[in-house]
Write a protein that binds this ligand. Structure first.
Ligand code: FUL
Length: 479
């Protein structure tokens, strides 16, 4: 990459151009690990535990491991199905709220070891992490802080137990790209036979800073998910909808996992937030997070999944789509068909980028310098960008091609390594000698896809109408 910039500079010199300084970053900016997370775009969630066999969403914690018996399990089928659908990573519920562990933890008997699965010799966490490795997907971990099985839940010894399990998992099954700290806590549970309600103070009980440091020592680049981050935040709903305005910035000092009442803030982020904590959009392909036969007819359609893609990835978020295995231990035929249909739609709708290498005429180029030319928008190189002079926060670019073609999507990307800047924009298409507005929006961020009724055109105009500082746009695609 360095060489590439040297070449640009050399080219600029050769044309007698003065070197022009790159725009200053608008803080905060993403870490390298967060940048990689943004680029994954779609990941899959896998919810699997005793709930799959009891038909519950939240197990009470008193379930017998004897019921955990997937008789035709094929973890490879899960991972190849997910890979074919385009997912880049997988997050597995190693332990959900009921406390049952999908690996043979040495700190409890409430695990696969006591189940009929592979006669107690099975280890689903290992199988999934191995399958991810062999198919080139990243592996992530959900380890529920709330544990309705553990006798000490709510008291200090449980925190040691939870940390011991994190050590077990990170040491045996890594690398782990993302760690989920779910905020849910319904109070009541089995708790080793006490069968009572245990309320905790979510802001203090878990002592998250110590736990996160422990994990970071084992996995320095892990992305922590919780309502409050610090890696990524919850999007504030389970419908698959990120805010139309979606700032990656948020001020986390008053947030903590499970705080509640902050859904709106999580959904949109905050323009002046102090930290880069982007929203992750988690949603299930079925009504529930776990498999229930009664929901076989309620699997989301490929069209619905496409909508969800547009309101998550298309709004600068990352999609975490849950696909729960059934009692056989397979991804059900209906879910497989929905995922295949979705992939097909995505491939069709985003097949030919009309803007690739198209002509781009900007209203302003930073220092009139080739390094920041609007050609960078259509060159397919994510490291180059179009930027304007520092005092310009309203600028447009016209992208045109020879023959009139039907257009229904415009995809925009900011070069977020220099921070999220754009506050509002419009998209117009040329009809004869007229420009007609077809879409407008607020934030762009890592990626923004606007859709509109198909129009026949040979030019698109994107206007940044307001920005925190000069806009820095790396990519425009048109479909
Ligand atoms: C929630 C949990 O209570 C659900 O069971 C599920 O795991 C979802 C992803 O997070 O908070």
């Amino acid at each position: 990459m360095k060489n590439f910039y040297c070449l640009l500079l050399l080219a600029a010199f050769a044309c007698g151009q003065k070197e022009v300084k790159a725009p200053e970053p608008v803080l905060p900016v993403p870490s390298e690990a967060q940048m990689q997370w943004h680029e994954m775009e779609t990941n899959a969630f896998i919810h699997f535990t005793t709930n799959t066999f009891t038909d519950l969403e939240w197990g009470n914690g008193d379930e017998s491991p004897a019921i955990f018996n997937p008789t035709a399990i094929n973890v490879d089928q899960w991972i190849t199905t997910l890979k074919d659908a385009g997912f880049k990573g997988v997050i597995l519920t190693c332990k959900h709220h009921d406390g049952f562990c999908l690996w043979p933890s040495k700190y409890t008997e409430h695990t696969v070891k006591k189940s009929p699965y592979k006669k107690g010799e099975g280890d689903i966490v290992k199988e999934v992490s191995d399958a991810c490795k062999s198919h080139g997907l990243k592996f992530g971990v959900y380890l529920s802080p709330w544990d309705r099985n553990h006798a000490e839940y709510g008291r200090p010894p449980y925190i040691d137990y939870y940390r011991n399990q994190l050590k077990e998992i990170f040491n045996a099954y890594g690398p782990v790209f993302e760690m989920w700290f779910d905020g849910a806590n319904g109070g009541t549970g089995y708790y080793g036979g006490a069968n009572e309600k245990r309320s905790i103070d979510g802001s203090k009980y878990y002592d998250w800073p110590t736990t996160l440091n422990l994990v970071r020592e084992m996995e320095p680049n892990v992305i922590f998910f919780s309502d409050a981050g610090p890696g990524v935040r919850w999007v504030g709903n389970e419908r698959g909808v990120a805010g139309e305005t979606n700032w990656n910035n948020i001020t986390p000092d008053t947030l903590y996992a499970g705080k509640g009442g902050i859904e709106k803030l999580l959904n949109t982020g905050h323009e002046n937030g102090t930290h880069w904590i982007p929203a992750e959009t988690d949603v299930s392909i079925r009504p529930g997070w776990f498999y229930h036969a009664r929901e076989d007819s309620l699997v989301k359609s490929p069209e619905k999944l496409l909508d969800i893609y547009l309101t998550s990835v298309g709004r600068g978020s990352t999609l975490l789509l849950n696909v729960p295995p059934d009692r056989r231990g397979l991804i059900h035929e209906n879910d497989v068909a929905a995922l295949q249909g979705w992939r097909k739609l995505l491939n069709e709708h985003f097949k030919n980028n009309i803007a690739a290498n198209a002509e781009a005429r900007p209203s302003n180029v930073r220092g009139d310098n080739d390094a920041y030319t609007a050609k960078n928008l259509t060159d397919g190189n994510k490291e180059t960008y179009w930027a304007t002079d520092d005092n310009i926060t309203n600028a447009s670019v016209d992208i045109s091609w020879r023959d009139v073609k039907p257009v229904r999507y415009v995809l925009l990307q900011e070069y977020i390594k220099l921070g999220q800047r754009v506050k509002s924009f419009t998209v117009e298409v040329q009809e004869g000698n007229q420009w007609k507005k077809v879409a407008e929006g607020t934030t762009i961020g890592y990626k923004r896809i606007v859709s509109f009724d198909p129009v026949e055109t040979n030019a698109v105009r994107v206007t940044i109408t307001d920005s925190k500082a000069c806009p820095v746009i790396s990519n425009i695609e048109v479909y």
